[in-house]
Design a protein around this ligand. Sequence first.
Ligand SMILES: [Fe+2]
Ligand SMILES: [Fe+2]
Length: 229
Amino acid sequence: MKIQWPDNFEFETDATCQTFFKPFILDELESLKAYDAVRPEDITYVFHEHARRVAENIRRVCRSLGLGEIVANNMYWAILPHDIGKRLLPPDIWDQEEKPSGNLKKLRRTHTLLGAQIVQESFPDTEHPFKDLMIEIMRYHHEQMDGNGTHGLPGAMLSAPVRLSAIVEAYDGYRIWRPHFENRDISPPGVLKRMREEKGEMLYDMTLFEAFAKMKMDDYKNGRLLGQA
Ligand SMILES: [Fe+2]
Ligand SMILES: [Fe+2]
């Protein structure tokens, strides 16, 4: 089941990707946007915007890892729908002031399997490496290297695309201020420091993390803004 860097198809020119997966993903993002619209007005962590930033960041870090344009673009499209399963959960479970309790966190994390289920139900008979990649990222983007993530998979079972997704995804989550963050430092250096020092290698593949951190610090020094991912 371990997927490698996806270079065996090209999303941009592949007929199945263009005819079926691309419209599906764009449609799902519209549904996620509609779902965001029924959440409270003052929310900072808007899911369809998070999806765009994460996708843009993964494309850029793939390039800076030297993985090439095909892999970078395939990863962009594969991670874009990673949180679509959220729209199957009640909209009022995301925006409490306080840090979520264990049970609430568990319920929220079912979005990983619900998303994979949406893909399976939409394409029950399609076999394609992009579908496998998209589903794997959906299911496992909240796993940890120490095996204490959502589904308890150990790091050795996590593919490189999944490991990178977990990093880029978590970074964006930490960059958007939410009430339980209080006065935490959410600048790029502050977030990277927190990710590195707080649990670091228990959670992330540190080789990939440092490559991502370098790209983000270079962006920061060059004055790239959050809105530009
Ligand atoms: Fe997620
Ligand atoms: Fe996410």
